[in-house]
Design a binder for this molecule. Sequence first.
Ligand code: ADP
Length: 162
Amino acid sequence: MRTAIYPGSFDPLTNGHLDVVERASKLFDRVLVAVAKNESKNPLFSMEERVELVRQSVGHLGNVQADSFDCLLVDYARRSSAQTIVRGLRAVSDFEFEFQLALMNRKLNERIETIFMMPKDTYTFLSSRLVKEIARLNGDVSSFVPAAVQAGLAGKLAATRV
Ligand code: ADP
């Protein structure tokens, strides 16, 4: 059983993330989309909300599950019997940080391999940060995020405005 973990903040999940999940789901028997707690990043959505938005967005993929973790990624990988970490690369600007992270994770556990996947070119400009910014300014995010996330953003922003 080949299990891959796709870890991230997913605050919130975008169509770029989903594109990577769909590609990974074809290569592995099981893919865990693992939401990192990351309170220090001051997320818009709570960890539980981010997991729920992932769960609602990956329902069409039978071998993909939403999960969360609040520990070292390599420890979570070991606990989940995963051999691989999947990360997305949008542009050269992602490379340096991702390279450092992958090598550090290898140092912590050399049996876990990191692989990088590139999304469809139309998603390379997408980031959770930009999507939140556009939604905050009442822009249309329907082509950037799954329907569940669009609804989640509308609800969250309406709640923070009152
Ligand atoms: P993190 O806080 O761990 O960087 P993110 O949720 O921002 O979490 O991203 C998780 C992973 O998905 C990272 O490897 C990031 O480079 C990648 N990623 C983010 N946006 C996209 C996108 N539009 N297309 C492909 N990969 C992406």
